[in-house]
Design a protein around this ligand. Structure first.
Ligand SMILES: [Mg+2]
Length: 298
């Protein structure tokens, strides 16, 4: 049986067991019927099935386009294009994965392999690179992302993409965008600076600075705090790293929804990477998350 089918059957079992009365009024509750699905699967299901996720994405794109149009009012024009200070062309900077591009199929593959083999941890850099290289036609778009990009470009505002997809696999990324009807004209041309991929480094700050040198950036969109300008303070332990991330988010409180726009991603991200690794440590963190000492660390 293939892994997707197995995962589907498992999900069906869980779904049916959530409504035991529909199966048998007398059936005794089994402990395993009430087990939560693994966290990655649960979060993945939320992104792939919930109306709430769809609504949040559209809310973010709708707010962003409204604010971009406000910025347009203050912009001068040069050769039919809006320009900002220093005669820089206006641009929107967007991350790609889970900001414009939807890798739901890849995430489901991770859940399927973990379900098939509980010793398999799912994500690996190699699996992701294989996805980037060979599965461009299976990549989708976030709800509302296509119309958003089209509307930005109809205003003659440049779309600049800053992604940690690899420069060496650029063709796959451009294919993924083109397959979804996103304008890819000029993306291959590095002198245009509209597609800034990773040479292996994960920090985007140098590429964000590069974009800001070439364009007057009116909006940033991402699903990760590191998609936005400003390095997060370094810290040694999880509580301090969480505090440093929150500090960056809170210090930009006026920018959220006006210049910076966050898409929801509970499946993966730096928020997950900075958590402690064991369930026990995570439970301990939960206990401490709202006490005075932890709050003080913020
Ligand atoms: Mg992303």
């Amino acid at each position: 049986m293939n892994t997707f089918l197995k995962a589907g059957l498992w999900f069906l079992t869980i779904t049916l067991s959530s409504f035991p009365c529909a199966v048998s009024a007398q059936a005794p509750a089994q402990v395993e019927e009430y087990q939560s699905p693994p966290p990655h699967l649960h979060a993945n299901l939320w992104m792939q099935t919930s109306a709430e996720y769809q609504a949040l994405c559209r809310q973010t794109f709708n707010t962003a386009i409204r604010e971009i149009k406000q910025r347009m009012k203050a912009a001068k024009r040069r050769q039919g294009r809006p320009i900002g200070p220093g005669k820089k062309p206006l641009a929107v900077v967007a991350d790609l994965d889970e900001t414009i591009l939807d890798n739901a199929r890849f995430q489901s593959e991770m859940d399927a392999v973990v379900w098939a083999d509980r010793m398999d941890i799912g994500y690996s850099r190699g699996r992701w690179e294989q996805w980037e290289r060979a599965n461009a036609e299976e990549v989708g778009l976030l709800p509302g992302a296509g119309p958003f990009v089209a509307e930005v470009e109809s205003l003659k505002v440049a779309m600049v993409y800053i992604s940690n997809r690899l420069e060496s696999l650029k063709d796959g990324t451009i294919r993924a965008l083109a397959h979804n009807g996103i304008n890819t004209q000029g993306l291959q041309d590095i002198t245009q600076g509209r597609l800034l991929l990773s040479d292996g480094a994960s920090s985007k700050q140098a590429r964000i600075k590069q974009a800001e040198e070439n364009f007057h950036v009116v909006a940033f969109l991402g699903d990760n705090l590191n998609d936005f300008p400003g390095e997060t303070e370094q810290a040694t332990n999880p509580a301090e790293r969480i505090a440093a991330s929150r500090k960056k988010a809170e210090s930009a409180s006026d920018l959220w929804g006006t210049r910076w726009f966050m898409l929801p991603n509970p499946v993966y991200g730096n928020w997950d990477q900075i958590l402690p690794k064991t369930v026990k440590e995570r439970m301990d963190l939960l206990k401490r998350a709202n006490n005075a000492e932890f709050v003080k660390a913020k």
